[in-house]
Design a protein around this ligand. Structure first.
Ligand SMILES: *[C@@H]1O[C@H](CO)[C@@H](O)[C@H](O)[C@H]1NC(C)=O
Ligand SMILES: *[C@@H]1O[C@H](CO)[C@@H](O)[C@H](O)[C@H]1NC(C)=O
Ligand SMILES: *[C@@H]1O[C@H](CO)[C@@H](O)[C@H](O)[C@H]1NC(C)=O
Ligand SMILES: [Zn+2]
Length: 484
């Protein structure tokens, strides 16, 4: 045995000894103190912001969940997949450990609830999604579920769980990313009662439909059966979701958390550009109708329009703020016949436009198509624009957001009390990505807390949140629950 391993052995056994002695002390001496030992624990932990539960245990849970995957070598956990069933058991055990009553609904959402003493009180929903993209990071989704579980666990440990003013229910939604069926929000849309029936006909790679999968799960998703799963808005007070930012703003500001003002609306277009297919060697340049060169011009136009919308749209002078968060992307392009020595006959590309203000989105789409048709006319290529998908923006509730912001402020002050730092104003952010809160907004008022992630990177295994930022999220929810 070399000296290093002897040292390790020593340090291991000495710390075990301390734990054993400490447990012995608690069991013998703790009983004779004038108040229960758990109070001492609670007071001691309170001073330290419950670091053990809200940071260390929460991070360990996120890592454990991050290992439960349908694939070897990378994280992939899709709607009602085998891995998602293993993850469900684990999440249920954590919820029960936090003192919650649990059940799984027929659409695969996991629920953990604690009832308030006042049975006519309304319910606060907390949650996020348990499914992942392919080759995912481990924080996207689980952070929101686990920060809620650990905040409630603290209240269980301190005995405050019995004196909540409202019922509290955590929901781990079964499908947000929509990887398996290309349809987002299956879980949260059912709870909100907004799942379009045609979604049940969407198929996965093996040809199974959503409806088939639910029937294998002993649930016949008729219209009536689905409506029974919808929550009664009268009984719900609001919904809070913690989620990683998935963008670089908080990191840039040097802040661990921020409050979301709204989730951008989104439109998707498919632009088809038809030209004249021909020989790359024989057709002179001035005689071409080249849809590839035309598409290049259209894509650069789109970039210009979304970078400097004021140059294209006069109405925006009066209300520039309505263009807040405007982003436009061409993410997919294909051409026919796609050969190096052929002038293409046709090019098809997608356009994704997102902005907070719905009217602004319409105006951008209007300008964009107007400009596209002008360029296509000048180049004598035939252009068609299909608008396949529009989702309106969702504004977070201002009162609920203010309460969440105050909770973040008081939570961060507890965390920084040791270092004596004073917490700055909690930043306000806009979400360019969709979240379960978008579906739940059809049911009740929503608010969201964003948590800083390294480099703004998400949907990737290098996605990373500082342990202390996981702590900041947990203590924010804890403070929210205490003051609601
Ligand atoms: C905390 O949860 C446990 C279950 O893990 C339960 O037995 C206990 O009653 C809960 N405590 C409070 C104060 O709610
Ligand atoms: C119980 O909740 C209801 C509904 O929010 C409220 O009107 C009532 O005042 C509450 N009762 C108590 C004792 O807090
Ligand atoms: C779903 O598919 C079935 C069978 O093909 C069809 O009868 C039904 O109308 C479809 N439902 C919707 C809402 O598209
Ligand atoms: Zn997510």
């Amino acid at each position: 045995m070399d000296s290093l391993s002897r040292f390790r052995l020593f340090s291991f056994s000495s710390s075990s000894l301390i734990i054993v002695l400490f447990l012995f002390y608690r069991s013998v001496v703790g009983q004779s103190l004038p108040f229960p030992a758990s109070d001492i624990w609670a007071k001691d932990s309170e001073l330290h912001g419950f670091r053990g539960i809200l940071r260390d245990e929460a991070v360990a849970m996120i890592k454990q969940l991050g290992k439960i995957s349908d694939s070897d070598g990378y994280l992939e956990r899709t709607f009602l997949s085998p891995a998602s069933k293993i993850a469900t058991k684990l999440i249920i055990s954590w919820m029960e450990d936090a003192g919650l009553q649990t059940w799984v609904d027929p659409i695969g959402n996991i629920h953990g609830r604690i009832l308030a003493a006042n049975s006519s009180a309304d319910t606060l929903l907390l949650g996020s999604h348990m499914d992942t993209v392919i080759d995912a990071g481990m924080y996207d989704g689980p952070l929101g579920i686990i920060s809620a579980i650990s905040a409630l666990k603290v209240l269980n440990v301190t005995g405050e769980l019995q004196s909540l003013r409202r019922h509290v229910e955590i929901i781990a939604f079964s499908d947000e990313e929509g990887v398996r069926f290309q349809s987002t929000f299956l879980g949260s849309a059912v709870i909100a009662g907004v799942l379009p029936l045609k979604s049940l006909n969407m198929t996965d790679k093996s040809g199974l439909t959503v409806g088939d999968v639910l029937r294998y799960n002993y649930f016949d998703p008729t219209e009536e059966a689905l409506l029974e799963l919808k929550y009664d808005p009268e009984k719900i007070w609001g919904y809070i979701e913690v989620h990683i930012e998935q963008g670089p703003v908080l990191e840039h500001l040097g802040q661990s958390v921020g409050v979301v003002e709204g989730i951008a609306g989104q439109s998707r277009l498919k632009v088809t550009v038809k030209g004249t297919q021909g020989h790359a060697g024989t057709v002179p340049m001035h005689m071409r109708q080249d849809p590839m060169a035309a598409s290049a011009e259209l894509i650069v136009l789109l970039e210009n329009l979304c970078r400097n919308p004021e140059k294209f749209m006069s109405w925006s002078d009066s209300d520039e703020s309505s263009l807040a968060g405007l982003v436009c992307t061409v993410g997919e392009i294909s051409c026919w016949p796609s050969a190096s020595n052929v002038i293409p006959g046709q090019v098809v590309f997608t356009v994704d436009v997102r902005v907070m203000n719905n009217k602004a989105r319409e105006a951008v789409l209007y300008q964009l198509s107007d400009q596209i048709y002008q360029i296509c006319d000048r180049r004598t290529v035939g252009c068609t624009i299909d608008n396949n998908h529009n989702a309106d923006a969702v504004m977070c509730d201002s009162d609920l957001s203010l309460q969440l912001k105050n909770a973040a402020h008081s939570g961060l002050n507890i965390l920084s009390s040791d270092s004596g730092e004073i917490t700055d104003e909690i930043p306000k952010l806009m979400s360019g990505a969709g979240h379960d809160a978008m579906a739940i907004a059809h049911l009740t008022k929503v608010a969201m807390l964003f948590v800083r992630c390294r480099g703004g990177v998400s949907h990737s295994p290098v996605e990373y949140v500082l342990d202390n930022d996981v702590w900041a999220a947990g203590i924010t929810i804890l403070e929210f629950l205490r003051k609601m």
